[in-house]
Design a protein around this ligand. Structure first.
Ligand code: 5RP
Length: 226
């Protein structure tokens, strides 16, 4: 669909495509901006480039496979040259909130295995402090999730994520997600460590010092680099 937001997302994705190695292993992010990137990788593969992917979600794996991008085993180990992924909120230090699409755990695992992490986004994702606009998605084991949520409630308003049909949302790993609205976050690294220490918490959507570079697309096709 042609919208101003999609033009900006596509511009960011195309700028990331220009930074890929001639051949290598590419982390394939999740979300609308990453979808444009995956379409672009597929065109490069069709044109003969030796690029193989590691997907950050089943949705991205399905898209990549349907478009003919060879995928590495889900088991790893991988030596990923570049991962290109989206974000929900980005602060001036390139710290991120991710997980709007529910893929935060696989996204963080693939991020960790990547030599370079490029974030692609439109300008609406930029904010002065993480938490100004977004809640933090927190992946929690299904077992005892309501008890874990009672602990998370001390950090902010806590909402169990549901799918469009109203059922409890299940991640690719079979866990649930609570979106915890904290308000502006002063120390994202500390909050991430504190949240991850809660039994039942599998992973948080706080990505601290995990973006090598952020490409911010604009509707006119220009791209800024953070
Ligand atoms: C999925 C994510 C996405 O990268 C994030 O939600 C951004 O998506 P979009 O490009 O659709 O705005 O973290 O878990």
């Amino acid at each position: 669909m042609a919208t101003i937001e999609n033009d900006a997302r596509r511009a960011a994705a195309e700028a990331a495509l220009a930074r890929l190695p001639i051949s290598g292993v590419i982390g394939l992010g999740t979300g609308r901006t990453a979808q444009f990137f995956i379409e672009g990788v597929a065109k490069l593969v069709a044109a003969g480039r030796n690029l193989r992917g590691v997907a950050t979600s089943r949705a991205s794996a399905d898209q990549a496979a349907a478009l003919g991008i060879p995928l590495l085993s889900e088991d790893g180990p991988w030596a990923i040259d570049v991962c290109v992924d989206g974000a929900d909120e980005i602060d001036p230090s390139r710290n991120l909130i991710k997980g709007g699409g529910g893929a935060l755990l696989r996204e963080k695992i693939v991020n960790q295995a990547s030599r370079l992490n490029i974030i692609v986004a439109d300008a609406a994702k930029l904010s002065e402090r993480l938490g100004d606009h977004w809640a933090i998605p927190i992946e929690v084991t299904r077992f005892g999730h309501a008890s874990t949520a009672a602990v998370l409630a001390s950090f902010g308003t806590t909402t169990l994520r549901r799918d469009k049909g109203g059922d409890v949302y299940a991640t690719d790993g079979g866990n649930v997600i609570y979106d915890v609205r904290t308000g502006p976050i002063n120390d994202p690294a500390r909050l991430d460590a504190t949240l991850r220490a809660v039994p039942g918490v599998v992973e948080t959507g706080l990505f601290v010092a995990r973006a090598s570079l952020v490409l911010v697309g604009e509707a006119d096709g220009s791209v800024r680099q953070l």
